[in-house]
Design a protein around this ligand. Structure first.
Ligand SMILES: [Fe+2]
Ligand SMILES: [Fe+2]
Length: 138
């Protein structure tokens, strides 16, 4: 899916952060691969693996960013943390749904939707904001 292919405009030119964002897109790409196969096979285990991995990596990435921003006294750290919390809550909500098995397709599309929104809204706007700031202080 086009949204999950790394583009020059996604680069914040902070090596570790770009690496982590790439990893998140790779998870999105895998979710998309599952969504487009229509062979009637049960994908429950694969979907659960993706959700778990997404949750775990998201928490890791957000914590990393927030610690980095605190360290540099970025004045929008709180806004970053608030947006992050919304995303974590969204994944938590998906992961605790009891109808994942019956609604596999719907769930995987929700994950894709969620990740592409995250890329276009959070990475491209909020994260870009701190990247501009960090360039002035580092
Ligand atoms: Fe980020
Ligand atoms: Fe962020």
């Amino acid at each position: 899916m086009a949204a999950f292919k790394w583009k020059e405009e996604y680069n914040l030119n902070i090596e570790e952060i770009d690496k982590q964002h790439k990893k998140l897109m790779e998870i999105g790409e895998r979710a998309y691969d599952i969504a487009i196969i229509d062979d009637g096979y049960d994908r429950y285990d694969e979907i659960m693996t993706i959700i778990d991995e997404l949750l775990e990596y998201t928490k890791y990435h957000f914590e990393y960013e927030e610690n980095m921003l605190k360290e540099y006294n970025y004045n929008h750290t709180h806004d970053q943390a608030e947006e992050h919390e919304i995303y974590v809550n969204k994944i938590n909500k998906v992961s605790s749904r009891e109808d994942i098995d019956e609604n596999q397709r719907k769930i995987i599309l929700e994950i894709i939707d969620f990740l592409s929104e995250w890329i276009s809204k959070h990475i491209m706007i909020a994260d870009r904001g701190y990247a501009v700031f960090l360039k002035t202080v580092v």
